[in-house]
Design a protein around this ligand. Structure first.
Ligand SMILES: [Ca+2]
Ligand SMILES: [Ca+2]
Length: 258
């Protein structure tokens, strides 16, 4: 009678032992994490860079406004969509687009500009990424009229651009008396505001917040109130403004005021 022998494989030594499924799964999980970690921030990093570039461009634009004011005894008017980056009208006075114009880069000699002479934000390229600029029309356009500030007098000048930290609850939007909701004012007497429509410029802008900043999607008429809400999915515009005190300080320092 044949005897049945069972071949029992020898127990693997530690040197021969392969990976268990669990160990493989852990390794693949870690590799996936590493790859994902490398890929995602690439677009995120570009966004951060564009945001930073835009902040820098806006700050330079504000500096250029101050320099222009000291040299010309007035601020420039915003450019219109047809003025090729020149202020409109040339020479200042009553601006054609005080609240919904563009930064007059051709008048101020600022870069980077597009082929039509308009300053571009950090997102660049398309016309929707042109930097916007608005100016107060207070005191009969004193701020954009040569010697208007000196003639009016520092104590009478009352710039009236409003910057709100939310578009919610604004009163009289789309009219000259537009104002921020209670406790939502970042500024109530700005002389000028310079802003970018942000990354979503071409497709965004009709949300509650961005609707208050003139842009291709706005349904509200341009008015002297602007929104600078926290950055998020509903709002990605970037705005800085020129305070009356900063302007007066430079005008006095340069002998233009009082
Ligand atoms: Ca935007
Ligand atoms: Ca507005």
């Amino acid at each position: 009678m044949a005897t049945l022998t069972l071949a029992v494989p020898p127990a693997p030594t530690s040197a021969q032992r392969g990976f268990t499924l669990i160990e493989l799964a852990i390794v693949m999980f870690i590799v996936a994490l590493l790859l994902g970690g490398l890929m995602l921030p690439l677009s995120g990093q570009q966004d951060v860079r564009n945001y930073g570039d835009t902040q820098k461009i806006l700050a330079e634009a504000r500096d250029a406004l101050l320099g222009f004011a000291m040299a010309n005894d007035r601020l420039p008017c915003p450019a219109s969509s047809a003025s090729n980056g020149l202020e409109s009208p040339v020479g200042g006075g009553a601006c054609t687009n005080p609240y919904d114009g563009f930064f007059p880069a051709a008048t101020l000699g600022l870069a980077p500009i597009d082929t039509q002479g308009y300053l571009l934000d950090g997102w660049g390229g398309e016309t929707t990424h042109r930097v916007r600029y608005a100016i107060s029309t207070a005191n009969s356009n004193a701020f954009s009229t040569t010697s208007g500030m000196k003639t009016t007098g520092i104590t009478t000048l009352a710039p009236d651009l409003k910057i709100c930290n939310t578009g919610v609850g604004m009163t009289n939007p789309g009219t000259v008396t537009a104002a921020c909701a209670a406790n939502a004012s970042l500024a109530t007497d700005a002389v000028a505001v310079v802003y970018s429509l942000g990354k979503n410029a071409g497709t965004g802008g009709a949300g509650t917040e961005e609707n208050h900043n003139p842009n291709p999607q706005s349904t509200l008429a341009a008015d002297p109130a602007f929104v600078n809400a926290p950055q998020g999915t509903a709002f990605d515009d970037q705005a800085i403004w020129l305070s009356r005190n900063t302007l007066f300080n430079r005008m006095v320092a340069s002998g233009r005021l009082p």
